[in-house]
Design a protein around this ligand. Structure first.
Ligand SMILES: [Zn+2]
Ligand SMILES: [Zn+2]
Length: 431
């Protein structure tokens, strides 16, 4: 039964999943196979929203597809560059996705390197509730101050375009308009990103006459737009509070999963589960597009993660009698709107949380997991977090309106903080 439920959950989650990142071949392998073709670009022509990056043929250029059009940067005989839009070509490795709709997010600030660009993308994405566990295609549109890019050139004399002693041509760009086209992945190292980065990025000029691989980047990004697949934006909350210590209600902010991570201390399945449960509770059950953090009382189950989500998003505090931590049979939260007394209990449906996680968690809380088992549990929890993000809230949670619920002032019990039990465990040496 559990297996069936899991299969249904997987099916539901994957059926609404868009913009899945796929790859053919691997960056770290292609040299070893003499840049043997791994995919024909033509096989992807059916995707009107194709976005793809990879080398052309036998290292003869930089394939850069976006909005279903391939722009392949190549080095010309006179050491300049041009773009060809050929579909009948192969790639020794290609990372690609099909994205039908993009969502724009404003960028701010100056970055002085690719590493800083990566950090800005990470912080902006998490702030907008985009999970970074799953590989992600992205675009950045704007005018960029300074860039260095390259276009690869063939490695052996039998390939047209070969120049002895050369493997690429470098290009400098200043005040260049266009877009960065990239893939972000925590799991793509050596497959489609380099070993020291989570991103692979190309630059396509606004006039579509240049496409190359980004090596150096420095720019003010105020006004630039970060584009991500529409379906990937999750868990962003509008909250409203008073304007100052003696102020009126009216100060609005937007908070996201990254703010929760900063407050709680790490990204975990409990944090994602709690945020998803409260997102649904406030938006659908209380019909609030803004969370009024002055008007909520909340009881959370005694998990350090759920409790922190409750504190942060609801504005409830134990010391002011607006939050309480209590064991809730099958429940995650009981939420009450103070002004009208409306109260909702929200819990997880049976069978949603994988049995393996439940069993390993119990052991972990007794410090009975080995370092390698802890790593395994983290992986299972990360997969479960992804599942939750991609699944409709109504598939995960049970809700119940509690009529005439009376908030009772009971002394706060003290619970063990289970997320610090293994803090001094050693590292897994098996891998
Ligand atoms: Zn590249
Ligand atoms: Zn946690």
């Amino acid at each position: 039964m559990k297996k069936v439920l899991l299969a249904i959950t997987l099916f539901l989650s994957y059926s609404i999943l868009q913009a899945q990142v796929k790859h053919a071949g691997a960056m770290s392998e292609m040299g070893k196979t003499g840049f043997a073709p791994r995919i024909s670009l033509d096989s992807l022509q059916k995707y009107k929203g194709l976005i793809a990056l990879g080398p052309l043929g036998k290292m003869q250029g930089e394939i850069t597809a976006v909005d279903g059009v391939p722009y392949t940067g190549i080095v010309t005989a006179d050491e300049n560059s041009s773009v060809q839009k050929e579909w009948q070509v192969d790639a020794p490795f290609l990372v690609y996705a099909h994205v039908e709709e993009w969502e724009e997010i404003g960028l701010r600030g100056r970055v002085g390197s690719i590493q800083e660009l990566e950090q800005l993308i990470e912080s902006t994405l998490t702030a907008n509730g985009v999970d970074l566990l799953e590989p992600l295609p992205f675009r950045i549109q704007g005018a960029f101050d300074q860039m260095v890019t390259h276009i690869v050139t063939p490695r052996s004399a039998d390939v047209p375009g070969y120049v002895e002693g050369k493997t690429q041509s470098n290009f400098d760009h200043e005040q260049a308009s266009g877009e960065l086209i990239g893939f972000y992945s925590k799991e793509g190292k050596r497959i489609y990103t380099h070993h020291d980065s989570f991103m692979h990025v190309h630059f396509l000029s606004a006039d579509k006459k240049f496409a190359g691989h980004l090596d150096q980047f420095e720019s003010m990004l105020d006004g630039a737009k970060l584009l991500v697949p529409k379906a990937r934006i999750q868990l962003s909350f509008a909250v409203i509070d008073t304007e100052f210590s003696k102020g009126r209600l009216g100060f609005e902010q937007r908070v996201g999963l990254d703010d929760l991570v900063k407050f709680h201390g790490h990204l975990c399945d409990g944090l994602v589960l709690g945020a998803k449960a409260l997102d649904h509770s406030f938006q659908v059950l209380f019909d609030q597009d803004k969370i009024d953090r002055t008007d909520i009382r909340i009881i959370s189950a005694p998990s350090p993660c759920l409790t922190d989500v409750a504190t942060y998003l609801s504005g409830g505090r134990i010391q002011f009698g607006t939050q309480s931590v209590q064991p809730l049979a099958d429940g995650l939260f009981v939420i009450q709107r103070i002004s009208d007394g409306k109260t909702i209990k929200i819990g997880m449906k049976p069978g949603i949380k994988p049995l393996e996680i439940i069993e390993m968690t119990a052991k972990a809380e007794n410090a009975a997991l080995s370092p390698c088992e802890l790593d395994e549990l983290k992986q299972l929890e990360d997969e479960f977090s992804r599942e939750i993000l991609y699944t409709q809230a109504s598939e995960i949670f049970d809700f119940e309106e509690l009529e005439d619920f009376q908030w009772s002032e009971i002394p706060q019990a003290v619970f063990p903080k289970t997320d610090v039990i293994n803090k001094n465990q050693g590292i897994c040496s098996a891998s």
